[in-house]
Each structure stands twice: as C-alpha cells, then as structure tokens.
Design a protein around this ligand. Structure first.
Ligand SMILES: *Cc1c(COP(=O)(O)O)cnc(C)c1O
Length: 398
C-alpha cells in the first residue's frame, strides 16, 4: 500500500498542536460561559480566561494586554486595520501604500478603498521579493496615512525589513500595519522593538485553531485609532462586536506561547530541513530556480520554479506530497501567482512552481521522500514533454 501523504503546505494551514487542544477543551463543556456575562461565575470564569489569554499574547508580542483585539483571523484583522485606519484618519489624508506581493486580504481591502475614493499606491518589489526602502520613501506623501507591508510573504517566504520601514514611517508620521500571519512564531518580531503600529495574526498559521485571529494596535506613541467595521454588543472596546470564542482565544494564546518558547530551536531545525530539500532537488535537477531572497526568508519556506515542465502535470504527479503551486487554482483557468509575477517570473514558470512549507511535525525522512518524488516526477515530465517552451525562460533579473 502507498504511504500516507507528506504534508508540506504549512503556509496554507497548520494542524492544531495537541497541547493547544488540551488547553482549549475545558472551555467547551465546563467553562462555557459568555465572557460578557459579568454578573455570574460562569461569565466571570470565561472573562478571566479571555483576559489571561490577552495578557499572554501581549507578553509574546512585547505589548500591553489592552492593545490586543480578538478577530476571526488574519483576513478580518487586515480588513479592520486597513479600512478602520483609513476611515479614522480620512480627515488627515486619504492615501494608502502597500506592496504588490501582499496577501489578497491586504490587496483587496486596499482596492476597496480605491473604489471609495481613496488614493492607493501599490509598490513594486525587487526581484528578490524585498522592498527597497527608497521606493517607499519616494511614495510617501503629505496625505499618506497608512503603509501596509507584510512581515513574511506566504508564497516566497521573504522577510521585509520592518525595522527600517518602521523608522521611515514613524519619521514621516505615517502608520505602519504589518500582516504577520506567516512571521509570528517563526521569526523574532516584538512590537516593543520594531516600530510597527498595527499587526495581524492568524490562529491556524501558528498551530492554533482556525477562525480566530488577533489585531494588535499600538496604545501609545502613537495611540492608533480605528473606525469599527462590525457593530453590536460593543465587545473588544467597540472595535469588534460579537461574542468571544473563548476556547479559540485560549487556543491562540497557548499556540503563540508555544511558538515563541520553541521558536529558536525550531527555526534551526526547519532551516536545516529546508536546505536539505533544496540541495537534494537542485543537486539532481538542472533548470530549477529558487524564488525569493536566499537569506532573508522564513526557515520553513522553499519556492522553486521548474523549467521545461507543464504546471498542471507537476501537481498531478505529486499527489502524495501536499504542496501548493504557483497558480491560484480557484478557477477553471488558473492564474499565475501575483507574487511570482511581481518578482518577474514568467506565467509558464509560475505555473510550474512549487511552494514547500515545512512545519513542526515534518521529519528528515519525509523531506527525503518529498525530494525524491519531486526529482522523479520532474524527470519523467521532462522526458515526455521534451523541449517544452518554458525551458530556461526563467532567468531571473539579476
Ligand atoms: C493565511 C494568511 C492570511 C489569512 O488568514 P486567515 O486567518 O485565514 O484569515 C492573511 N495573510 C497571510 C500572509 C496569510 O498567510
């Protein structure tokens, strides 16, 4: 019988860590109170759990507890940050800046602002995927109120220089939001060290549950103001009404704490596995490019483009290895990834690209199996589709 598939898609989602599940369990059946029911013990126990979780998350971030707002995930956090700040500061200016390589959960709210009469600038990145600071500097105007730059890219794993970007935005009196869904728990990122003003987190990217997220917003110097997007019971200081999901809140707090306490060791381990995967594939195949900067990147990320291989056939051949391709396959006609396009990768090579996301439970044996399988499938496809038009078209700028 065939072996079970290898999961190498940890940028898409992660399994919930069993320690997280264990911490959540009492809050489903025993401590099930509504955290807003302040008048009795059930509600008070739930409220205590929520406030403790808020403290624990704040301590991981180097923040204070009242700066932590619970949401349904990084998509909602990004929407609340971008739309909420743009509205709150509209009197000061209506110009917002972001990057071409952002997640859709940033690009789409920014596009929505453009429809609403805001001016938006979508900055190009270097062929490495990194933002050149001078490019941002030139784009900031007197009416710019918000810059949104992701901490780590979900496709090519590159880490933007938030310290330098934050120094610039602070200097120019502009707020900086960062989508940190991929970065938190994997690289060091503390808001008492890096001058960001708003930061989005997702539970299910950090071995916590799905459907829970955090928006952190700076409480002083500057105190960030937001216009709420959702109205109701006035939960979360009026910024996000809706009954709190207590088990998920306990879960994301536990997940973030575990991620932080194991981060340094895990980063070294993942980096080792990633380099092993890369060396095994590049050692056996020619016409393979590594997408994104080679040094400033997430330890568990590897994104490769294969010349001379038809994209769909590549994924089909890799059925027992769970990875993502360089196409958005939400439609019948797959579109090449906007991130790969932004770093100058041709549509053909984008379709024949694979994103590997290595995670907490992957073993060396799994990495070796995945590498062998990729080599085998690519060799096979190149043999049956000789002279495919995408061959060697991938030469990256620089
Ligand atoms: C997954 C992801 C999101 C969306 O997070 P959800 O919690 O699933 O809404 C946003 N940004 C990045 C960079 C992501 O990787």
């Amino acid at each position: 019988m065939s072996e079970s598939p290898v999961y190498l898609d940890h940028h898409a989602t992660t399994p919930v860590d069993p320690r997280v599940v264990e911490a959540m369990l009492p809050y489903f059946t025993q401590q099930f109170g509504n955290a807003a029911s302040r008048t009795h013990a059930f509600g008070q126990a739930a409220q205590r759990a929520v406030e403790e979780a808020r403290e624990r998350i704040a301590s991981v971030l180097g923040a204070s507890a009242r700066e932590v707002v619970f949401t349904s995930g990084a998509t909602e956090s990004n929407n609340l940050a971008i739309l909420g700040a743009a509205e709150a500061y509209a009197a000061r200016g209506k110009h917002v800046i972001t990057l071409a390589t952002e997640h859709k959960a940033v690009l789409d709210p920014v596009a929505h602002l453009a429809e609403k009469g805001y001016e938006t600038t979508i900055l190009a990145v270097e062929p490495t995927g990194l933002l050149e600071i001078e490019r941002l500097e030139a784009a900031i105007r007197d009416d710019t109120v918000l810059v949104s730059v992701m901490a780590a890219n979900n496709e090519i794993g590159v880490l933007q220089d938030l310290a330098a970007i934050g120094r610039l935005t602070r200097d120019r009196g502009v707020l900086l939001h960062t989508d940190a869904a991929q970065a938190i728990g994997k690289v060091e990122l503390r808001v008492d060290e890096v001058p960001v003003d708003l930061l989005s987190i997702s539970g299910h990217k950090v071995y916590g549950p799905k459907g829970i997220g955090v928006l952190w917003l700076r409480g002083k110097n500057p105190r960030v103001r937001l216009r709420a997007r959702q109205f109701g019971g006035g939960h979360e200081r009026g910024l996000r009404s809706g009954t709190l999901d207590v088990p998920a809140i306990v879960g994301i707090a536990t997940a973030l704490e575990l991620g932080e306490s194991e981060r340094a060791i895990e980063a070294r381990r993942l980096g080792g596995l990633r380099d092993r995967l890369c060396e095994r594939i590049l050692g056996e195949l020619d016409d393979v490019v590594v997408h994104g900067d080679r040094d400033r990147r997430l330890p568990g990320n590897l994104n490769l483009g294969f010349g001379g291989v038809p994209g769909e056939a590549l994924l089909t051949g890799l059925r027992d290895i769970a990875v993502s391709s360089g196409s958005a396959c939400t439609s019948a006609d797959p579109q090449p990834s906007h991130v790969l396009a932004a770093i100058g990768v041709s549509p053909q090579v984008a379709h024949a690209s694979l994103r590997f996301g290595i995670g907490r439970h992957n073993t060396t044996a799994e990495i070796d199996r995945a590498a062998a399988r990729v080599v085998e499938v690519v060799r096979h496809l190149r043999a049956i589709y000789p002279g495919d038009e995408s061959r060697f078209e991938t030469v990256r700028p620089e």
